[in-house]
Each structure stands twice: as C-alpha cells, then as structure tokens.
Write a protein that binds this ligand. Structure first.
Ligand code: DGL
Length: 295
C-alpha cells in the first residue's frame, strides 16, 4: 500500500576497515530514515601511509560499487581518504560526496575554550595539513567561536584559534583492527603518542582517524577531563542532515520495500570483520559479503 511504504535514503560509506563504523553508528542513531551500504576495504588496510594516486583509485572503485548497489550519496568515513582524495572524487562522480575534515575542523573551532587545538591522525592526514587548512578556513568563513574571550579576540581581527600540534599514531589502526583497542598495549602506546600534545597545552583534540574513537576512554583518561575530544563524525551528521533535506527537494529516487538497515561489504575476511565489528559496536553485525576486485 502506497501510504505504508517507508521513505528511506541509501547512503554509501567506506573506510579501510572497521574505523568507519564509528561514523556509521552516529549517522544511524541520528537519522532514522537512512540506510547504509558500508564498505570496509580490509584487504588493503591500512590506508594511512598510501600514495594519493592509490587512495584516489580505491575511492573510485569503491564509490562505483556503492552506486551500483543503490547509494544516493556517499560519506567518505575515512579521514585519510577525505584529506587526500575528496576533492578529486567529488569532481569525478555526479552524486554528493561528504568528507570528514571540514565538519571535524568546524566542530573543533566551535568547541575549543582555549584556542589550542591538537590533532591525532594517520601519517597521510597529518602530512596533508588538511585539518590545519580547514581550521583557518572555518574561521575565515565567519564561524564564531563559542568561548567569549576567543570570540572577542576573533572579532578584533585576531586569529585566536589554531591547530598547534598534529601527531601521527600509526600503531592505533592495526591495534583496533586486531580487536585490541582496550588492551594495555594500546594504553602504553597512547601515552607515548599523546605526550607532545600534552606538552603543547592543547585544550581540544580532534580524533582525526575514524579508528580512534574506539580509544576514546583511554585518550580521555590520559589527557584529563579538561581536554575536549572532538569526533568529526558528529559534524558529518549535521552535514548529512542538510544534504538529505536538499535531496528531498530535488526529489531523487526513493527506495522502498525490504527491511534491511545496513549492508556490509568487505574486500578481506568477512568473519574477522564481523567478529571485530561486533565487539567494537557492541551490536550484532549481519549481512557481511566479501567482494573480490578483478585486476
Ligand atoms: N580510518 C581511516 C582514517 O580515518 C584509515 C586508517 C588507516 O587505514 O590507516 O584515516
């Protein structure tokens, strides 16, 4: 019956592995009408130190696949791909593609109380300086800092907020993919990575890799409660809500019918993805299919 049909939007998302599930979780909780086709490129994880051409090629391949499965818009649920390949991918595909960097930077600018923002991310994201640029861009585009002292300085024309220190954390991704986010090893490694950020006196930290929110309690504990942790996923939810409102206006195709909420595809071992994903998300992951890329 026409009236009983559920109106849904199908969003394609991808990451090198289980990291993007942290973004997916936020989206599913905040936007009930969204269905997700998730791709974890687990045969090629990690992305953190890959060359731009490789990341662009992976992105093209995965987005083409997601569109073939019915995706109406894409969320690049990987900071490294967002930092390095987003603008190229946006040019190459006709459907809307959202990344994490600008939403994450805007959120940090809004939330900082001291103006000293830190970043932890993959080597590729740190090297790209995408977050440094996005923080400056957010301020130059008139994003008003919430803190009154910072706001007054900003209104005088000063630049009271900046990204003061960025730290690559290459061991976090393999630890998370191995299901060891809450291990003693992860705690020890986090202490080492976070030392320079503590020394720099940051008051806000961007979790600039989608695998890192799994380490949230460990990181908060090391940095102390006074440091605000920013997960760019929160920012991308707002962007996606705006985008969906526009899609509605343009009246793009509406998928109706069967009851699935998420479909998972991986390029590596589906059983491992299911097992690690179940533990990390604390909910059951079904529907995982392996895709074999043809050379
Ligand atoms: N989770 C991804 C990111 O946000 C990729 C991490 C990796 O594979 O190195 O950057």
């Amino acid at each position: 019956m026409q009236g009983n049909k559920q109106r849904v939007r199908v969003i394609g998302m991808f990451d090198s592995g289980v990291g993007g599930l942290t973004v997916m979780k936020e989206i599913l909780e905040a936007i009930p009408e969204v269905r997700v086709i998730y791709f974890g490129d687990t045969a090629r994880v990690p992305y953190g130190n890959r060359q731009p051409e490789e990341l662009i090629g992976f992105g093209e391949e995965i987005i083409t696949f997601l569109i073939s499965q019915g995706a109406e818009a894409i969320v690049v649920a990987c900071n490294t791909s967002s930092a390095i390949s987003l603008s190229v991918l946006q040019e190459r595909f006709a459907i809307p593609i959202l990344g994490l960097i600008e939403p994450g930077a805007r959120l940090a600018v809004k939330k900082t109380l001291g103006g000293k923002i830190g970043l932890i991310a993959t080597e590729g994201t740190v090297r790209s300086k995408a977050y440094t640029l996005a923080v400056s861009k957010a301020l130059s585009r008139g994003l008003v800092p919430a803190d009154l002292v910072l706001r007054a300085a900003w209104q005088r024309g000063d630049q009271p907020i900046s990204l003061v220190r960025a730290q690559a954390c290459p061991l976090f991704v393999p630890l998370v993919e191995a299901g060891l986010a809450n291990s003693d090893e992860a705690g020890g490694i986090a202490r080492t990575y976070l030392k320079p950020l503590k020394r720099a006196g940051i008051d806000t930290l961007i979790l600039g890799c989608t695998h890192y929110p799994y380490l949230y309690p460990v990181i908060q504990d090391i940095l102390g409660q006074d440091v605000v942790l920013v997960d760019p996923a929160e920012g991308v939810v707002t962007e996606l809500q705006k985008l969906l409102a526009q899609l509605e206006v343009r009246n793009l195709s509406q998928i109706t019918g069967s009851q699935w909420r998420v479909r998972y595809f991986v390029s590596g071992d589906p059983a491992l993805f299911r097992q690690v994903g179940n533990t990390l998300l604390k909910q059951s992951i079904e529907n995982v299919r392996q895709i074999y890329w043809t050379e």
